[in-house]
Design a protein around this ligand. Structure first.
Ligand code: PHE
Length: 354
């Protein structure tokens, strides 16, 4: 009996069928009224009582294995048949595969919102390379040679640049690096465009920062530049106020604090009145009623001259903001890493925002 069970176990494991008929034949052969497994059950009646326990268990395992294998083969041949006739004989009432609707990334939503606001004010959009040279990221923007952003710890360098000069003067010049701000696109625009210039430059930027809830080595900026005859600080203040009201609501106030950037003079940092508490003070604005949103300033004459613009005749302003920062304020997302980790639970939160 033991050998018979084992032989049948092997037969079941090796069972194959190419059609419904063959599956049915196998079923009859093994489990039908006169099937070999059914016959074994007959034989089992005559087994000595002390052996019944062992054989009974084995027989049940065999029967279950045969039943499962036959069900599996039946499904296989039916699937094959359904595919072969284009599904015509499949179950037409079955619901279709659901389509998961994707959602726009919050950074893309806010970037578009910022771009749309400045488009209304008459700004063009300019883009430039993410791998830049030192000239466009630092030199043309009046960064002194010893500025910390020019250090390996703060900027990702791609190449050493060209070896120039002779003897003592020999040095590397104009290395390639990952841009640390999109001000580089403003330089490119000043170099090639006719005046007046009114552009915004959205894009991805890179800084050698340890990743935490408040800092990331990749983020996105929108920077803006306006150059014409007679542009003043008051024009800048008005443009930023209008932007802040479009972005955060018509009641929004702004305030400017003196600041420093190598490429603007004077420079300022801009805060908007907290749109959560309306300026009364809450945990988002840390009780101050104000939230910092951007840096700005009047373009330094050295920067205009470096790009071949007559600084006696023209003046302009520039500003720059982080897209993630604005998105954080808009949706109170406190951990910057959420924007880069592609966690669907986070991204799906935005599928109702168009
Ligand atoms: N480029 C600055 C930054 O990345 C922002 C800025 C742009 C400030 C233009 C002033 C004027 O931090």
């Amino acid at each position: 009996m033991k050998e018979k069970i084992e032989a049948l176990m092997q037969e079941v494991a090796a069972l194959k069928a190419a059609s419904r008929q063959e599956v049915e034949d196998a079923r009859v052969r093994l489990l039908g009224k006169k099937g070999s497994i059914t016959e074994l059950f007959e034989e089992f009646r005559g087994v000595a009582p002390e052996m019944k326990r062992e054989f009974g268990a084995k027989l049940n395992v065999l029967k279950n294995a045969a039943t499962d294998r036959i069900a599996q083969l039946r499904e296989e041949v039916e699937n094959k048949a359904a595919c072969a006739d284009g599904g015509a004989s499949g179950d037409l009432s079955m619901p279709g595969d659901p389509f998961e609707l994707g959602s726009r990334h919050p950074v893309s939503i806010v970037r578009q919102e910022i771009v749309d606001i400045f488009r209304k004010f008459g700004y063009d959009v300019a883009e430039g390379p993410e791998i830049e040279d030192d000239w466009h990221v630092f030199e043309a923007l009046n960064f002194p040679p010893e500025h910390p952003a020019r250090e390996m710890q703060d900027t990702f360098f791609v190449s050493e640049g060209q070896l120039v000069g002779e003897g003592e003067e020999k040095h590397y010049w104009n290395p390639l690096l990952l841009r640390t701000h999109t001000s580089s696109v403003q330089v490119r625009t000043m170099e090639r465009s006719q005046l007046p210039i009114r552009v915004i430059c959205p894009g991805r930027v890179f800084r050698n920062e340890a990743i935490s809830a408040r800092a990331h080595c990749i983020f996105h900026q929108v920077e803006g530049l306006y150059i014409d005859e007679g542009v003043t600080f008051a024009d800048m203040k008005q443009a930023i106020l209008l932007f802040a009201r479009e972005m955060f609501g018509p009641e929004t106030q702004i305030r400017m604090r003196p600041s420093y950037f190598p490429f603007t003079e004077p420079s300022a940092e801009v805060d908007v009145s907290c749109n959560i508490c309306g300026g009364k003070g809450c945990n988002i604005c840390k009780g101050t009623g104000w939230l910092e949103i951007l840096g700005c300033g009047m373009v330094d004459p050295n920067v205009l001259e470096a790009s071949g613009i007559d600084s006696k005749k023209y003046s302009g302003f520039a500003f720059g903001m982080g897209i993630e920062r604005i998105a954080m304020l808009k949706w109170q997302v406190k951990d910057l890493r959420n924007y880069f980790e592609n966690d669907l639970r986070f991204l799906k939160e935005f599928n109702t925002v168009l």
